[in-house]
Design a protein around this ligand. Structure first.
Ligand code: 6PG
Length: 249
């Protein structure tokens, strides 16, 4: 594997709707490296402008290889704060927690020097976890990595979730959600999620998706604007930075 050179731009995306650029890769290796180069370049620019850069990461099965590639980037990682787009109500070392995914895939190699803010921690109540996520978000994230569930969810905002409308309209960057009855949430119904208000300040928005099903779903998602139908639409309906989507089979 090669080091990431920040000067190497992973350009070549095509505009797919206003404010949205799409790029397809042949395989997951190319896809992961393109994601890593994009993120490293965005963090590098942020670190030139500010003393600290803030990176928000999604969990799930998709982004691990991209985080592992990013971990090798020659950045001033000791000036990077890494936090989560969302978290399931699990302790950070539990296998299905997003904290564990980030720790195992990103916080190794050079990126081990980054500061990681877990949403959950032993002894912290659910309410405290939401409050702490919002306190950390007082320093808004510049770089945000989003995923898309097979049902069009993003972060922990699920279609048909009770309270989705108020989460979408919340002025707070993070909210508590109860995804009971949402199949896409699996067994983890109690969660903390980023909101559109938390996404809005980012200067870099990246959506990482894989597989034929998500490619087809993406066409349906991009054909409309209502995040109540597909919450992932907040990635491009929330005013602010353009969205870059990287896909591979
Ligand atoms: O905790 C979570 O569930 C994630 O942060 C979530 O929002 C994820 O991005 C999507 O569910 C996509 O997940 P997959 O990559 O597993 O399809």
């Amino acid at each position: 594997m090669h080091d990431i050179h920040l000067q190497t731009g992973a350009r070549g995306g095509i505009p797919i709707r206003e404010g949205v650029e799409f790029q397809a890769f042949q395989d997951s290796t190319q896809w992961a490296w393109a994601a890593a180069v994009t993120l490293a370049a965005a963090l590098g620019r942020a670190l030139e402008a500010e003393p600290r850069a803030r990176l928000l990461l999604s969990g799930g099965r998709t982004p691990g290889p991209a985080y592992a590639a990013l971990a090798r980037a020659p950045l001033a990682w000791d000036r990077v704060d890494v936090a989560l787009v969302d978290e399931r109500w699990l302790l950070p070392d539990e296998p299905d927690s997003n904290a564990r995914l980030v720790r195992e895939s990103l916080l190794a190699d050079r990126a081990a020097a980054a500061r990681f803010e877990s949403i959950t921690c032993a002894g912290r109540s659910f309410e405290e976890a939401v409050t702490i996520a919002n306190m950390h978000a007082a320093h808004p994230a510049g770089v945000v990595v989003l995923g898309m569930g097979d049902d069009g969810h993003v972060a922990s905002l699920f279609p048909n979730m009770s309270g989705l409308d108020s989460a979408l309209a919340s002025p707070r960057p993070y909210v508590a959600v109860d995804a009971t009855g949402c199949p896409g949430a699996g067994p983890w119904t109690r969660r903390v999620s980023l909101t559109p208000a938390g996404l809005a300040p980012a200067h870099t928005r990246l959506l990482l998706i894989r597989g034929a099903h998500k490619r087809e779903l993406l066409d349906r998602v991009l054909a409309g604007n209502d995040p109540m139908e597909f919450p992932v639409r907040i990635a491009f309906t929330t005013p602010g930075a353009p969205l870059r989507i990287l896909w591979c089979p």
